[in-house]
Design a protein around this ligand. Sequence first.
Ligand SMILES: Nc1ncnc2c1ncn2[C@@H]1O[C@H](COP(=O)(O)OP(=O)(O)OP(=O)(O)O)[C@@H](O)[C@H]1O
Length: 353
Amino acid sequence: MATRDAVLAELKQVVDPASGQDIVAAGMVRALSVEDGAVRFVLEVDPARAKAMEPVRADAEARVKALAGIQNVSALMTAHSQKAPPELKPARKAEPQGPQSVPGVDRIIAIASGKGGVGKSTVSANLACALAAEGRRVGLLDADVYGPSQPRMLGVSGRPASPDGKTILPMRNHGVTMMSLGLMTNDDQAVVWRGPMLMGALQQMMMQVQWGALDVLLIDLPPGTGDVQLTLTQKFAVDGAIIVSTPQDVALLDARKGIDMFNQMKTPIVGMIENMSTHICSNCGHEEHVFGHGGVVAEAEKLGVPLLAEIPLHLDIRLAADGGAPIVVSKPDSAQATAFRHVARNLIAKGLA
Ligand SMILES: Nc1ncnc2c1ncn2[C@@H]1O[C@H](COP(=O)(O)OP(=O)(O)OP(=O)(O)O)[C@@H](O)[C@H]1O
């Protein structure tokens, strides 16, 4: 049976005549799914080139169809808008104003945790890639000022360009448009952020990055309930917050504080995700509850918020995150990836992404 990797390898043989790159590297292949010998994917193209790209689509379809074990291929072409959001002036001094939206961005979802190190960034990266795999136009803003880890997790490096000195071009990998404060500071420099700087940096990232047209922008927040969380929920129209926690009491105690803060700010809680739920040995598959079990389920029930997923503690999740291709991308058919894809589909079904 042909795997997702085999399909991708075949698609990499197809060249986009305009850029000279293969269609996968050119970021045109979206929403690829390989299930039981049936392959579906979308080729996202500039509307002006739709006609010229038809032979490319047909070639891609024929190549995949010729793979062993493939019975069915559906390759659709969709037009994506090249239009950038209107140019924005640099952020002005903070003025009292109601929550604003980000031009071109349909929804904003914050991903938060009470405590550091519970896997909030890992969840954000995987969720973003899972939403992209479902064909959503997704952005990820790494607002974790104390430890921006998205460049490493999404395999992105280099300094973002600013062609006009006012707006910033985001980076893109695995179908995700991303920006991180970590790309704006030097790797080896400890950054000491004070409140007003944080507010300015967040506003800039939200308003001066050319996000383009997005179905959803995920914000990977720093842990806790500090200035970034307050600025985000006061200044921007945040559609919901997802709280990530491990099952330990201490993590849950902090998660509860986070939920209280979002409630006070009138940001709806989309649900909780229990991370490092059980440990699954990568050698023998034995399961053990390193941090206890069921804590988040019980807490979610008590608080009346949905439990969106229980993600196991698994070596593959860490290796994938450290390697720059989250597990949803590197092992899309694994049970761990399925857990993230389930959350993505749930968010789409609820109209939140
Ligand atoms: N389910 C998991 N299985 C295995 N390793 C995991 C899992 N979730 C996270 N990790 C690993 O744990 C470490 C911390 O995760 P991560 O950086 O996502 O946490 P965080 O909550 O964003 O931390 P911080 O608050 O420091 O930003 C990383 O090395 C990550 O690869």
